[in-house]
Design a protein around this ligand. Sequence first.
Ligand code: NAD
Length: 358
Amino acid sequence: MSDPSSFGTHHEQVVFCHDEASGLRAIIALYSTALGPALGGTRFYPYASETEALADVLNLSQGMAYKNALAGLDLGGGKAVIIGDPRTDKSEALLRAYGRFVQTLHGRYLTACDVGTYSTDMDVVARECDFVTGRTVEHGGAGDSSVLTAFGVHQGMRAAAQFTWGDASLAGRRVGIAGVGKVGRHLARHLVEEDARVVVTDIDAEAVSRLVDQYPSIETVGSTEELIAADLDVYAPCALGGALDEHSVEALTARIVAGAANNQLAHEGIGKLVADRGIVYAPDYCVNSGGVIQVADELDPRGFSFDRTKARATGIFDTTLAVLERAASDGVTTVEAADRQAEQRIREIGRLGQIHLP
Ligand code: NAD
């Protein structure tokens, strides 16, 4: 994925937004609109500098273009970042000022929630803007996207099991989940229901005890390091990015890594390291697309349908299996295979826009 030095060579458009009175400082990046309007969330984060925010938004918008393409959506990829602390800097005026900037793009960018923004914030943004997804159910939105994100991760994990062991079932397999927040706890439920042996960890002790109260069969360990080193069949990073680095890959006992966290590889070279250790890595953006599939459905003129979205998210099984098989046949890492698949779709389907419709 890109760094700021690649700006101008790959991204279609980058917009800097500033509204002094409300304190809004935001950057909207559109990586590609070849497949349709660029969909991606708004991250509200206290970046140390504008340079850091720019690097993040360029990287994240490219990631969204690949994720949306691989998920089979007719959507390009974009992302926005608001620079500030969401706990202290978020206000109605700031969110509405942001909405007006999104509106200036006339639908080339469709926004949604991300770290630091919630469905209720999207309702506020939508008071100034027609191009908002991820809204509350009361406002016609799809609500909490973590439900289908977890469902999709489970599908991707089953596909990785099919590829690795010739059987998609995770029954009896020991699966370790790092991070049992919104997505991780739903994933744990799917796995328990499938009779997998689940072991979890989280820095938030309350999140762990809430889950164990509900599912007493779930084991716990005290730290992510302990989880990684435990005897696992599958490791599911569901906390923050960078879960796989030289140390964790070296310590891993699991044959499969499949989890919800974005940007799991600490750097590009980790993909090769993982493959060399015989670990099957189901690429993050391939298995965690259930959430974006959900918010994209809000754009359907028939209105949001949970059943239609769930059916679509079931396809993450086939997509993941195809990526893993392509990596094996092309002799590349699974990340390279996913990237190739996404780039191919952007090229082939994006090209159709060149056929003039009167
Ligand atoms: P969340 O904040 O609800 O949950 C994250 C959990 O990880 C929290 O319980 C937190 O305490 C825990 N955590 C943080 N650092 C940890 C550490 N070092 N060790 C162990 N636990 C730690 O977030 P979420 O919505 O569940 O998302 C989880 C991941 O999935 C994120 O990386 C997110 O970007 C990604 N993701 C989420 C969605 C979605 O629909 N929510 C969609 C795609 C990707």
